[in-house]
Design a protein around this ligand. Structure first.
Ligand SMILES: Nc1ncnc2c1ncn2[C@@H]1O[C@H](COP(=O)(O)OP(=O)(O)OP(=O)(O)O)[C@@H](O)[C@H]1O
Ligand SMILES: [Mg+2]
Length: 242
C-alpha cells in the first residue's frame, strides 16, 4: 500500500473575505511499514494537511492517492471522544469486530483498565488521549495518522506509549504519519522526517533515518540528534549569509 500526497496549494477564506495561504506545494509518498514524521512550527498547516490527506477537507488544490480499502486509524489533536459513551463504548464503536481479549490487551497496554466505564468528561486530557490511541489501534489500521498523540502525557508514560506505537507499527504493515514537536519522538519513531516551513507550509528538509527502528539504541539516537543539530545549524548559517 502507498499513500501519495501531491498538494499544490490550500487557502482558507477569512471572515473579512480575504484568503490566507496555509499550504504551499507539498509532495511526498509513504509506503507500508514506513513512519513519516512532520515537524514544523505551530500554525504552519500540519493538522490542515492531515485533514486533507484523510479526505476530511476536499477544498484544496492537488491530489491525494490513498488505497480506497485502506483502514484508517486517526488520533486528532483534540481527543474527540463521544461524550455520552463510555471509554469502552468509544473504542468498540470504532472497531465493532474487536475481540474481548484484544480490547483488554489494548486497555492494559495503554493503562486504561481502571477507566473502561468512565465517560470522557471524567478523564484528564492525558487519559482522553490514551483512549483516542486505543481507538486508533483497535481498528488495526493500514494508515495510522497521529497528530501530536503524546502531548500532555508525563515523560515516563509518553516513553512507554512511544514504545507501544513502535511495536504496533512493527507488528503489521501500516503507513504511519506522525506530527510531533518532539525531536526525540521523531528520531525514535520515524523513518523519514519532514521539516516544514512556517505557514504556508512546504517541506524545507527531508531527512531519512538509515538505521532500522529496532536497532536504534541510545548511542545511535544521540548520533542522529547531533547530526540533525549540525544540519539545522548549517541551514541557519546559510540563511544568515544570504
Ligand atoms: N477552518 C479554518 N478556517 C480558517 N483558518 C483555519 C482553519 N483551520 C486552520 N486555520 C488556520 O490555518 C493555519 C494552520 O492551522 P493548523 O491547525 O493546520 O496548524 P498546525 O501546524 O497544526 O499548528 P499546531 O502545531 O499549533 O497544531 C492557522 O493559521 C490556522 O489559524
Ligand atoms: Mg495542529
Amino acid at each position: 500500500m502507498r499513500l501519495e500526497v501531491d498538494i499544490t496549494g490550500k487557502a482558507f477564506r477569512n471572515a473579512a473575505g480575504g484568503t490566507q495561504d496555509v499550504l504551499a506545494p507539498i509532495k511526498f509518498a509513504l509506503q507500508s511499514g514506513e513512519v513519516g514524521v512532520l515537524i514544523g512550527p505551530s500554525g504552519c498547516g500540519k493538522s490542515t494537511m492531515l485533514r486533507i490527506l484523510l479526505g476530511l477537507d476536499r477544498d484544496f488544490h492537488g491530489t491525494i492517492a490513498r488505497p480506497p480499502e485502506a483502514r484508517i486509524g486517526m488520533v486528532f489533536q483534540e481527543p474527540r471522544l463521544l461524550p455520552w459513551r463510555s471509554v469502552e463504548q468509544n473504542v468498540r464503536l470504532a472497531a465493532p469486530g474487536i475481540s474481548d481479549a484484544k480490547l483488554s490487551e489494548l486497555f492494559r497496554i495503554l493503562e486504561l483498565e481502571a477507566h473502561r466505564s468512565h465517560f470522557p468528561g471524567e478523564l484528564s486530557l492525558g487519559l482522553a488521549r490514551r483512549v483516542a490511541l486505543a481507538r486508533a489501534f483497535a481498528v488495526e489500521p493500514d494508515l495510522l495518522v497521529l497528530d501530536e498523540p503524546l502531548a500532555s502525557l508525563d515523560d515516563a508514560l509518553a516513553g512507554r506509549l512511544r514504545d507501544e506505537i513502535a511495536t504496533l507499527v512493527a507488528s503489521r504493515p501500516v503507513m504511519t504519519l506522525l506530527v510531533t514537536h518532539s525531536i526525540d519522538d521523531a528520531i525514535r519513531l520515524g523513518d523519514r522526517l519532514f521539516f516544514l516551513s512556517p505557514r504556508p507550509a512546504r517541506i524545507v528538509a527531508e531527512v531519512p533515518i538509515g538505521i532500522p527502528r529496532d536497532t536504534r539504541g541510545e548511542a545511535e539516537i544521540a548520533a542522529i540528534k547531533a547530526d540533525l543539530a549540525r544540519r539545522t545549524q548549517g541551514d541557519r548559517a546559510e540563511r544568515d549569509v544570504s
